[in-house]
Structures are given as C-alpha cells and as structure tokens.
Design a protein around this ligand. Sequence first.
Ligand code: GLY
Length: 376
Amino acid sequence: MAVNSVETIPVELGGRSYDVVVGEGLLDEIASLAAPFLKTYNNRPVPIVADTNAKRHHGARIEASLSSAGFEATWYDVTPGEASKSWESLEQLTDWLLNLGITRSDHIFALGGGVVGDLVGFASAILKRGCGFVQLPTTLLSQVDSSVGGKTAINTSAGKNMIGAFHQPSLVLADTTSLGSLPDREMRAGYAEVIKYGLLGDAEFFAWLEDNGADVLAREAEQLEYAIATSIRAKARIVAEDERETSGVRALLNLGHTFGHALEAETGFSDRLLHGEAVALGMVLAARYSARRGEMLGQDANRAAIAIGASGLPAEISDLALACDGQTLVDHMRHDKKMEGSGTLPFLLLKGLGEAYLARDVELNDVAKFLDEELA
Ligand code: GLY
C-alpha cells in the first residue's frame, strides 16, 4: 500500500528529541522511515518484539519492507495482556536481547499496544544502561498516548507501572492502517484518551469530536488521522514542557485517571473494565465532581458525559453494578502513585470544557460522599 497523507510531529526534548509520524501504510515503508535506526543491523537481524496479534496482522508488511532494503527480522513474541508486563517477561526479554548481542547503539523495535511499548521501553532503558527503541504502536490508545512521552514500566504485586523509567523512543510510527484490525471495544477505549485531550486543554477539539466522533470510531481516514494527529500534537507539547511530570503540566494527562484507577482496582484490572473505559467514566466523574464544587457549569459536565456515552463508552458508574460504596473506591485511590507523603491526593478537575487543573484541596471524605451519590 502506498503511503497517503503523512504528518510528522516533533517531540522537542533537546538531545532526546524525536519524531512521531502519523499516516496510513507506514509499516509498509518502515525500512525507509526508520532507516537511521536500522543502520547498525547490516549483518544482523533486526529485533522486533511484538504482541502476537499485531505480528499476525502486520508482520508480513514489516518483513516485506525490511527485506526489500536487505534486512532480515528476528521476532520475539509477547502474549497480549497486562500479565506480560512482569519481572519474568522483562528477564526473558532482556536475556533474549543480550543473547542477540544487542549493543548500546542498537534500536529495539516494539510492535503492538501499550503493553509491548512499556515492556520494550523499560528493557531498552536498562539494557547495558540504555539502548535505543522505536515504537510501532498498533492500537489507538498507544498511538495517541502511551507510545509518546517516554513513560516505560512493568507491573508488580504492589500495582500497575510501579517499576519503570523515563526513556524516550527514537521514533514513533503510528500507522493508522493498523487500526483497521482493532476490535471495536479497544478502538472505543483508545478514543477515551482522544476525548481527554479535548477536555483537558482544547475546547475546540472537544466540540469537533462531538460532531465527528462517530466518523473517528468508524475509522474514516480523514477524521481518524486528524483526531490522532491533534492528540499527539497536544501530548508532544505537554511532554516537551514537563518531560518528567514535575511542574504539574504533564499531570494534566491524568484527567479521569484517579477515579478511573479506583474503578479498575475495584473490577480487578480485568476485561470487565478496560483502562480506556475506566478513564472515560473517570472523566465524567471528574466533570460532575467539578460541577458539584461549583467550578464547572453543570451543562458542560453534561456535555462531557453525553460525548462519552454517545461513543459507546461507560458514562454512568451505576451501569457497572459495583457491590461497593464510595469509601471503598476512595480506599483504592489511597494506593494511587500520585498520593503524596502529606496524605493529599492531587486531583485533576475541570474549570470548563478544555480547562483542566490540578486541585490540591480535595477532601477524600467528600469524594466518597460524591461517589455514594453516583452509585445510588
Ligand atoms: N499517559 C500519561 C503520560 O504519558 O504522562
């Protein structure tokens, strides 16, 4: 397939700057698009760590492009699912890479969604004290969020993403063609993160999504590419401003995540509620809680809930039929990575559509009361 319209979005981080390329058919052109990162593989196969579903759908396209340029691929299969972000998987992957003789000037290629990207990113951060990696995200969620910005991690018994590093990729190729084979539910879960960019900082984009969201979800090429590129541009700006989440700017990306994390914990981080679905509902709750505090108009909180519900994402906590109260959900929040030593949990709230801010005066008891009302 020929590459149609392609957009290149720079992530400006001084010596760690890189491009995110968005467009159709990019994996068919990987040999030319990623040429600078293939140079070290003249006499050795190119290591590609792949989610097995992503490999099945896109492996042949990648191999065709690489072989046309005289390269050969060597594949490492990763079982889909969070369980692959474990110490054990990390050990097996790093052993495989060391056996291949990977050097610090090499780049590891990560094909798949957030699980593969996070695992390969972290392996690359620690392998020989750091080698390069290239993200080839194949899900909407990983294209608009996890593949950009250099957060890499594995899970432990203490929680998700508890062990990790900031390690930026050298290139991200977001091939929108790969979304054609993505199950609808996963597409919607990724779309939650797209809506997030509108809600947190771009009212115009939010309004555009209200009108065009159905086309994005139906994978209409023009609307899909616009939504992805706009999301990535927003993320690139935020990451460039606050790479390590120290100034509060990058924290805005956590809109919906504190409520969402509690819901994911209560549903056992299972398929019952995907991460993006939890974020979607979390954003509705953040909007309603902001309205309850008098910081956002009730009608704007309703618009957020309607846009989320209209895309088929959960917009009512009562729909989850949870057998718990608000206090139980707040107890999950106390284990959030963002919990501060002082006992405060900074909360992402909204002053309006497109205006998120970090509130440090949220009383968790008040959140529990609010959640009881929502659960009723
Ligand atoms: N996914 C949130 C961040 O990259 O900061």
